[in-house]
Design a protein around this ligand. Structure first.
Ligand SMILES: [Zn+2]
Ligand SMILES: [Zn+2]
Length: 97
């Protein structure tokens, strides 16, 4: 997406900052967006130097890191974490269980 050029006059768009918007309060600025996103929304705000038009760009919320779902247990011999269903410890090679 081209962010630096004003769609109205072709002037330079300047990044002003980020704002955390409550959709209930500022929904009118972003029009239909509040149908897609509920609750608060973080936006990048750009302003045209020539015509002072403001542009808002929704900032994608950072994706939550998925926790490693494999259960891990410490080796009774060397103490290193390894997968629960390992037959042998991958670190010290001792047979487990
Ligand atoms: Zn402009
Ligand atoms: Zn071990």
């Amino acid at each position: 997406m081209e962010r630096e050029i004003c769609i109205r006059c072709g002037g330079e768009m300047v990044h002003i900052g980020q704002e955390h918007l409550q959709m209930g309060k500022y929904g009118w600025i972003l029009g239909g967006l509040d149908n897609l996103i509920s609750g608060a929304l973080t936006v990048d705000i750009y302003c045209c130097r020539k015509c002072k038009k403001l542009e808002f760009y929704a900032v994608e919320p950072p994706e939550e890191e998925t926790e490693d779902s494999i259960a891990r247990t410490p080796c009774p011999y060397c103490g290193q974490l390894h997968e629960m269903d390992d037959a042998k410890c991958p670190y010290c090679g001792k047979r487990l269980y």
